[in-house]
Structure formats: C-alpha cells, structure tokens
Design a protein around this ligand. Sequence first.
Ligand code: ADP
Ligand code: MG
Length: 584
Amino acid sequence: MPIKSVEDLNSILKRIDGRGYKAYKDIKGQYKFEKFELYIEHVQPDPYASPSKVRARVKQKIAGFPSSLFKNRIRKIAFEDYLARTFYWNIKQISKGHRGSGKSGFINILPCSQQILERTSISINEDAVEARFTMGLPAKGRRILSKEASEMFFKEIPYIIESSLFYKSLKSEELNNHIEVAEDAEYIREHLKEKNLVAFVANDSCLPRASGVDDRPLRKERAILFKSPPSLEVSFHPPHKKEIKGMGIPEGITLIAGGGYHGKSTLLNALAVGCYNHIPEDGREFVVSSPDTVKIRAEDGRFVENTDIFPFIHNLPSGEDTHFFSTLNASGSTSQASNIIEALEVGAKVLLIDEDTSATNFMIRDGRMQELVAKEKEPITPLIDKIRLLYKDLKVSTILVMGGSGDYFDVADTVILMDTYKPVDVSERAKSISKSYKLHRSFEGGNKFGIIEHRIPLPESFRPYRGRGDKVKIKSRGISEIYFGYEKIDLSSVEQLVEEGQTRGIGELIYYAATEIFDGKITLKEALELIEKRLRGNLPDSMFPFSSGEYAIPRKYEIAAAINRLNTLRCKDKHRFGSLDPVR
Ligand code: ADP
Ligand code: MG
C-alpha cells in the first residue's frame, strides 16, 4: 500500500463526515506525519465494536534513544515497559476521551501491572520505536464525526507520541532507575544458584499490598518493612548498587510457620511473583525467586487428563490406575497432586504451597489416623512423606506455609517463624522440638519419589473453531478465562498470572502450538521449550495472529496450566507409547 500524507487523511476525514460508520474503512492505511508514521491497521465496523488498531512508528533519528538503554534483553524489556507506562499515563493526561457513542474518542494502550513484563504494545530497536494502541473512532449514533476524529489524529496522537516516545521528553533519571532496578533484580535471580538459594527477600522490602484488589504497596506508615534474621542474611553486589542485603531462602525444604495473621501468606505471595521483576517503589523490587517457581494449590472440580499422580495417589476405591489419572472433577487432594505433577513435568524447580489453599488430607496424616485407617485403605500419600524425596531425587525445593502442624518440623531444613510480620529463624528450635517429641506416625512415602512421565498432547485435542464456517474463535475475558472455540478454560486458580495480556497471549499461543508444534510426537515439555525459544528469538509477532499490542508474554508454566485445563485435551504417554488407547 502506498504511503499517504497527513493531508490525505485530512481530506478523507472531511469527505466522510456525517456518513455511515462503515465509511471509516477508507482511512485504513499508512500515513506519513511530520515526526512519525501512523499505520491504521484495523478499522472497527461500528462504534460499539472492539476499537480500531493503530500503530505509530518513530525513527530513532527523531526519537533519539541511546542504544545503551536496550543493549541486552533485560534492559530492553524494562525500557519498553517504562515507555508503555509513560504512554498510558500520557493518554490519561492528554486524551479528552469520550466523544460520542460507544467507544468514540477513547485512546488506549495495554495497561501494566506492578510487574515488568515483555509486551507487544511497545517495541524498540536500532531503527525505530513503535507503539501499538487502539482508538475508538468517533461517531454520533452511527454517523461519523470527522471534526472529533481530526482532533484525535492531528492533536492528541502527535502530542501523546511526542511526550512518550521521544527521549528528550522523558525523565531520564527515572527511566534509568527503572531499567537498573530490573537489571539488579535479574542479577540477583541469576546468582541465587551459586549461593544455593531458591529465593531472596531484600531488607526494607514492603511485602503487604494496599488491599486484596489493589496490588500497589501498603502505605509506608502502616507497613512493617522486611528485615532478615541474622542467620539467614546474605548479600549481593549487583551492577548498579554497592550491596543489597536480605534473607536468602536455601534450597531444600523451608517452612514458614507462625500464628494466624502474622504475615505468612503475604511473604509466600511475594515469593510467588518474585519470578517477575517489579517496578521501582513497588516494595518487592528485590524480592526475587527462581524463574522456575510454581505456586501449587488445591483446585477441586478441575479437569485432569492422563496425569501420572501415582507418587501421591494410588489404590483409588474405583480401581482406577493413577498412572493414567483422568477426571472431569478432581477432588481437593487429587487436584493438588495433579498440579504438582504437571508443574514438575514442565520443569518446575521450586514449589510454593500455602496451607490456606491446600487440601488437609494431602498435607498431613497423623499417627492416630494411621492407626484408624490402614495404609491400604488410604489412597493418598501425604506431601509430608514425599517432600524430602522430591528434593533428594528431583532436586525440587519446597517453601511451605504451615501454621497448623508441627509434624513438618521433621522434614524441614529451614523453619522461619513469622512473628508480627517479622521473620525469625527457628530452625534449631524446631529441630530440638522434633527430637524431644517423637512422632508416633510411620513414614509412608517409600524410598523413591517416583517417575515423572512425559505426555504427548494429541493434535486433535485443540478445536479453536466456533460457529458457522469453522471460524477460529479465541478470546480471553479478564485475567482468568480463555474461550477456546467452544471450550472455556478456567485459570482462576493459576495464581502467578498477573496481567490480562498474558492470558490473552496464552490463548493465541495454544493456537500457535496446535497449528505449528503439536504433531502427536512432541511432548508437552518439548513443545513449551520450543515456544519459549521462539518467543525469545524476536519472533513474537509471527506467533500472534496479527501485529497487535494486546499481548504480554506468559511463562511456560502458565501456558502449560492452561493446556492442562482444556477439557478437550487428550494425551499419549511417551514411555508407554502405543500401550494406551488415546480414544476414550
Ligand atoms: P497469615 O497468612 O499469617 O495468616 P497474612 O499474610 O494473610 O497472614 O497477613 C495478614 C494481614 O496482615 C494482611 O491483611 C496483610 O496485608 C497484613 N500484613 C502482612 N504483612 C504485613 C507487614 N509487613 N506490615 C503490615 N501489614 C502486613
Ligand atoms: Mg495465610
């Protein structure tokens, strides 16, 4: 398509003024503005439909960003994140917003959470910086309002772009700090292993959030800032700070104990999102966990497909072979077991478990209960009997919030007591208590954790079509629902999803995997590693249906979680290849 000029856009708008909304189709195309190029990619069919998709591209000659700002992957992601937030903020300042019917007048860009994520809304390279956003083209009823549209195109958009995508308009100190905080956090993440740690919580971190529905930090005067117990204190020397000190959580089994309401879950939740970097002033900038940290919970009612939960569950009264466990309606314990096995299958190295969201019979089985209910009559091998084997055989660490049972003292390496939001290292005391009060329970876990089987998703599992003519229909609603063809995927128990853009991205990536990767031979783990590799290799655009700014890049664990919750999923088992009839 030929490049048109600003005057061309102006004259088209003049020509279609007052006409029916469909005439807006004429403005689709590419326009050369004085300082940038504007691509009107998709024009909405009416004022109430999803808004029109627009892209603005500023050449580096004009934008003027030094390439040091994006010289490595982490800096680039943090830099783009900063621009996305600036763009969003400037829309709020500059755009007049509502101007007529439906979405008329609104300009939007993908909103950002407290986490620094890779998103498709902003992209930068040596050549140019590009922002992708949406515009509600204005109308009164369904009649085009050209004057209002001109205001948006010729006043608001250039102003937003100049104040967001030009280096000289930005607060360079704030921008540098944004990038450096992310780079320092990443440095800590990369150096956890050499210190035999799985997580780190910096001193002076602010862990509590403003409220259950507001992820910003609790006000400074009400929050007690984190302070490491001396025995667990470690220090890091990241590139932009002399030293960051805080609590190191060692590999192995860590218990977070303490009375109710003393801050246990708050600490665990901070660790759960510690797989992501955070913006400055979040309070969790230097709460860092391994990238392979997965939060596990019970999720009764969930669908499970052919998962080998034998390590935790066997001898079901139904006689079902739990090497191939499938259900449309898992119980608390079988769902929690499935969640663990599925996380291990795709590479989880650290599990986070909170008693608040666990099935009691999955966590403990005490001596008295062992006396009453014989092992042969109890299908569940509780986590307490597997948690050490998980570490010994698979090198998978667990961090467990447990205020209700001291039985776990026997299996813990580290015990942290939360006392009025302050952590105390009570590992020695817990060990001596465990010595002086011997448990009258017997160990039921065997001497091996068990084998993690690799499943092969069958291509026919994925049916993204809906309605007449087999149209591909994939949609997300909020952060926790994906509609994939006729199926709804419920992600409300997948706690490490932090942005709607991730959920939307997952829907499209499942489709990508279904059309490009799953072939009845590749395992789920291999497929996800391939997706991850391609996402990293500057290919994201080709993996999403069109160059849209609406996606945030998800982790492989959340993609796996969504695939595992797709009701139509059918899997073969790699090692028992051929022995299993996939059609049930
Ligand atoms: P627990 O899991 O031990 O029962 P929570 O982590 O749910 O406790 O915390 C209980 C309450 O205390 C929550 O409202 C939380 O926001 C608040 N809280 C947690 N940590 C702090 C802190 N460091 N300073 C102030 N309030 C906190
Ligand atoms: Mg709690």
